[in-house]
Design a protein around this ligand. Sequence first.
Ligand code: PXP
Length: 241
Amino acid sequence: MSKIRLGVNIDHVATVRNARGESYPSPLRAALLAQKSGAESVTIHLREDRRHIREFDLKEIKSKLKIPLNLEIAATNEMLNIALKSKPDFICIVPEKRQELTTEGGLNLSYKEKFLNKLIKKLKKNRFRVSLFIEPSIQDIKRSRELNADCVEIHTGKFCNLVNENKNYSYELNKIKKAVILGNKLDLEVHAGHGLTFKSAKILKKVKGIKEFNIGHFLIGESIFEGLGKTIKKFKRILHK
Ligand code: PXP
């Protein structure tokens, strides 16, 4: 059985960088560290409001990264043109609302259906791997097949929240399982992402048929704690030597 691939989302390195308006910490450095540490791909989301990743990040990361770059985009003409110009390896189409703090749910596949169809066709013609970020819903899996996507990424946010709150997650997990089974049957590559932590990833990895996990917020947050003590000690050595 092939191993589950890990895609590392580095958006929040850019969030910290942008808080100061300077160039540190560098998303490129994070992308290269993800690569060095065994990640199978790096994910960035270029939002309409550019709140974290900016176009120069995309350009720089694409030019230096050897593993695949997965660009998350909203279904707009602006993003299509950026994707065609910057040539990431993978594209994941996600919903986007200006006011949201994070991607709150999966795509509404019947909204702007014609445009979505055109967008996917154009991306596939240009040989991108195209994924749709969807809710764990049978209907959305079927629709993704009709739209000729290569992959679906199942939004795991609701399931992960229940796990985090120690609530009963079996209904949400069942929805995910059914979506994965149908996705595989229809020859869609199935991925999972949003809100994943060590605990929820351990549960979800047991669902057979998920090929890729994309993880960002928790992974970057946890890295602060993994590195904070070491960094403090390094400063102590600098100051007291
Ligand atoms: N997958 C997709 C399509 C996303 O848009 C995001 C970010 O919202 C993630 C995965 C990663 O989610 P998180 O940052 O919660 O790990």
